[in-house]
Design a protein around this ligand. Structure first.
Ligand code: B12
Length: 228
């Protein structure tokens, strides 16, 4: 038997809007979100889909903050988006020209948010970067050791909790103490970041995944992100 959402989709063709998608995430409706996502990525492209995810989860975050949603809803919203993201194919997103390099990606210690980091990974891969994704809650030691071992010249760090932001400074300091700061660049992102992050000794901060990928591509084109 066809579900209500599936038949709605058939009737409406590709008439779903980005707002419908956002509402399905805020409404914690996995089935609706995946069906709409499938249609939207074709009609709007991945960038718009990612923006919609960010907007919707911002609202979920506000609802959590004002007590309308609880932790269980926060967890559900994360799951809804993870399912929808499985359908997003970024292969045609980026131009593949220019040199690329290896990027070590991690959500820093104390923080387990990974949706944003995973979007960055998808976009970097589609720009032909090699990705070493260390996952979440990763210590400065493990991040720097991994970059050293693998010869990565870009470290991409994510933080959504304000309490985790000082970890950026720990990574920068460890990179410096290992004599690697001259050879590697650190870019940070996530809802908790702003220009203020530069005070931690990082090389760049990005408001969105797309901005971050642009910076990495720029570094790669200038040869600063390639293994020596
Ligand atoms: C979903 C969610 C969760 C899920 C995470 C699921 C998952 N697998 O990631 C779960 C339920 C696990 C969770 C847990 C918690 N959460 Co939470 N969560 C969120 C929520 C609603 C959405 C986050 C998200 O995925 N956004 C969508 C993505 C796409 O956006 P993004 O991460 O910002 O990424 C974009 C850019 O920032 C950028 N980017 C991200 N990383 C990087 C990295 C690089 C290198 C670059 C270039 C770019 C980049 O690219 C992305 C696309 O443009 C936010 C609200 C919000 N507005 O952020 C709260 C929020 C982050 N959580 C919050 C809190 C308080 C918690 C908990 C402490 C709750 C609790 N009591 O346990 C725990 C903490 C657990 C921990 N130790 O980390 C607070 C943080 C407050 C603060 N200022 O510190 C927020 C802001 C909610 C709120 N308004 O109160 N959470």
């Amino acid at each position: 038997m066809k579900s209500a959402v599936a038949s709605l989709s058939n009737e409406k063709g590709t008439n779903f809007t980005l707002s419908d998608f956002e509402e399905s995430i805020i409404g914690l409706d996995t089935e609706k979100a995946t069906i709409i996502c499938k249609e939207l990525k074709a009609s709007f492209g991945v960038e718009k889909v990612f923006d919609a995810i960010e907007r919707a989860l911002d609202i979920v975050g506000q609802k959590y903050e004002n007590g309308e949603y609880f932790l269980s809803e926060l967890i559900m919203a994360g799951e809804v988006v993870k399912e929808a993201l499985k359908l997003v194919d970024t292969t045609n997103f980026a131009d593949r020209s220019g040199k690329t390099g290896t990027v070590v990606l991690a959500t820093v210690k104390g923080d387990i948010h990974d949706i944003g980091k995973n979007i960055v990974a998808m976009l970097l891969r589609s720009s032909s970067f090699g990705i070493i994704d260390l996952g979440t809650d990763v210590s400065a030691e493990d991040i720097v050791d991994s970059a050293k071992e693998r010869g990565a010249r870009i470290l991409g760090l994510s933080a959504l909790l304000t309490t985790s932001v000082p970890e950026f400074g720990k990574v920068a300091n460890r990179l410096r103490s290992q004599g690697l700061k001259e050879h590697a660049k650190i870019i940070v992102g996530g809802a908790a970041v702003s220009e203020k992050m530069m005070e931690y000794g990082v090389d760049a901060w990005a408001k969105t995944a797309v901005d971050g990928v642009r910076t990495c591509r720029d570094w790669a084109t200038r040869g600063v992100a390639n293994e020596s």
